[in-house]
Design a protein around this ligand. Structure first.
Ligand SMILES: Cc1cc2nc3c(=O)[nH]c(=O)nc-3n(C[C@H](O)[C@H](O)[C@H](O)COP(=O)(O)O)c2cc1C
Length: 183
């Protein structure tokens, strides 16, 4: 049986991030042939094109993890109707130097959670736009705009009963998408 390593990128650096919590919980809905690892983006420098010929160790490390993965899972908050700068910074780093992007052809899924009712819809749409530019193969459907509500997570931090069916279906579709497109 094939094994699939998935790089998880969370767009929040906040200690008690809902998005990190969602990322940790949702991966438990995947089959055992899928393993997930959160990629560190907090220590990446601000992207500067002058550094392309001499990328920081943290950038090389992140790029190595993406390159080695068979798929990517983005879980992002919405900041001012878009994606957080830290997430865009990571994507920009991974796309350079020109011709050495790690993103092209990688299957990906997009999730997000916010306390607000729109559930990161606009951030996800912006993210999809960016991912097209770097050649990521983002799953179109199902979309998942999650609102942080009482009961979303159970006492063990796992997806609560009320949202399990919805997110299980999302994960099943994601697994199918990655298997279809993993190189
Ligand atoms: C700078 C900033 C901008 C925000 N803008 C939005 C927004 O446009 N839409 C929204 O639903 N929530 C917005 N929020 C609220 C976030 O959804 C909320 O802080 C959320 O908890 C962030 O995700 P996290 O818990 O994973 O850190 C914003 C928060 C911050 C700090």
């Amino acid at each position: 049986m094939s094994q699939y390593q998935i790089a998880v990128i969370v767009g929040s650096l906040r200690k008690d991030s809902f998005n990190r919590k969602l990322a940790s919980a949702v991966v438990k809905l995947a089959p055992s042939e899928f393993t997930f690892k959160q990629v560190q983006i907090a220590d990446l420098p601000l992207y500067n094109q002058d550094d392309d010929a001499n990328q920081a160790e943290s950038v090389k490390g992140m790029k190595g993890e993406i390159a080695a993965a068979q798929g990517i899972l983005f879980v992002t908050p919405e900041y001012n109707r878009s994606i957080p700068g830290v997430l865009k910074n990571a994507i920009d780093h991974g796309s350079r130097p020109y011709g050495q992007s790690v993103w092209g052809g990688k299957p990906a899924g997009v999730l997000g959670i916010s306390p607000g009712a729109t559930g990161t819809a606009m951030a996800q749409q912006h993210l999809r736009n960016v991912l097209v530019a770097v050649g990521v193969l983002t799953m179109a459907q199902p979309e998942a705009f999650i609102q942080a509500k009482e009961g979303l997570f159970d006492e063990n931090g796992e997806i609560g009963a009320g949202s399990k069916k919805f997110l299980q279906n999302w994960m099943d579709q994601y697994v199918t998408w990655v298997k279809k497109h993993a190189g």
